[in-house]
Design a protein around this ligand. Structure first.
Ligand code: AMP
Length: 255
């Protein structure tokens, strides 16, 4: 039996994004969305990744969970939340710049080289730019197997069985570790951190790094041409009965 069969080290990248409950506003110059005074939280898919890693640790298949975030100083709060959920330590790769998925993947590949995890669990997408690219790019850079859109994860000796959400059904693949997994919405329901665990998390270590420390050029490769709001929906109208509805639709030319 290999050591890997007993002890998996897991790396979980977590991103700080606009909270999913916030009504997003586009900047007047259409260059992007307004981030001023907006509530930010952990990307919801990343909460699912952290939860899955913590459950694997509770089940005894994982020994250590390292969380990593690329972003501004406040991304430390996102790491702290992961630590309160049960991750062991964090790495903040600090930058105020916009970091595209390829640059994030390159940084993560460097962290993987340093930390040597058996498994990297990412969200399937970050809900701010909806790229759905980082996990796939990371797997390509590492030349590791990947299981995307995970619905279920099962450790199977030195392999990992990943049941994937695909169009109209499920597909199960078997990955040789080390591997990259991206998680979908139905994998689990993330826990809320308890107060004692929030207190405990304050004592856990967060290392601070910069993209330069890893020798990665994060300058953007893409130009955003414009960002627009969805079309405003017309207000609805109440009608008395079906006859009135049909009459309305007729005058509107809809029937
Ligand atoms: P994306 O490819 O941008 O849709 O993001 C997919 C996943 O990659 C996210 O759910 C995170 O797990 C990870 N990720 C993307 N950007 C970052 C970041 N700045 N810091 C840490 N993880 C990230």
């Amino acid at each position: 039996e290999t050591i890997r069969e007993h002890r998996m080290k897991v790396l979980v990248p977590v991103k700080r994004v606009i909270d999913y409950n916030v009504k997003v506003r586009v900047k007047p110059d259409k260059s992007g969305v307004d981030l001023a005074n907006v509530k930010m939280s952990m990307n919801p898919f990343d909460e699912i990744s952290v939860e899955e890693a913590v459950r694997m640790k509770e089940a005894g298949t994982v020994t250590e969970i390292v969380v990593v975030s690329v972003g501004p100083q406040q991304a430390q709060e996102t790491l702290r939340t992961s630590l309160a959920m049960g991750a062991d330590r964090g790495i903040l790769i600090k930058t105020d710049a916009t970091v595209e998925p390829l640059a994030v993947a390159k940084l993560l590949a460097k962290v993987v080289a340093e930390e040597k995890p058996d498994l990297v669990i990412l969200g399937k997408q970050a809900i701010d730019d909806d790229s759905n690219q980082t996990g796939q790019m990371l797997a390509a850079l590492l030349d590791w197997p990947q299981g995307t859109f995970a619905y279920k994860l099962e450790k199977d000796g030195d392999k990992l069985k990943v049941t994937r959400e695909v169009d109209g059904g499920l597909q199960t693949v078997s990955l040789t570790l080390p591997a990259v997994v991206t998680v979908d919405l139905r994998l689990n329901e993330p826990r809320y951190a308890s107060l004692p665990n929030i207190m405990k998390a304050k004592k856990k270590e967060i290392a601070e790094k910069s993209p330069e420390d890893y020798g990665v050029d994060i300058s953007p490769r893409l130009t955003v041409v414009s960002v627009t709001e969805p079309a405003v929906r017309q207000a609805g109208e109440k009608v008395e009965d079906v006859a009135a509805l049909v009459a309305k639709l007729k005058t509107a030319g809809a029937v």
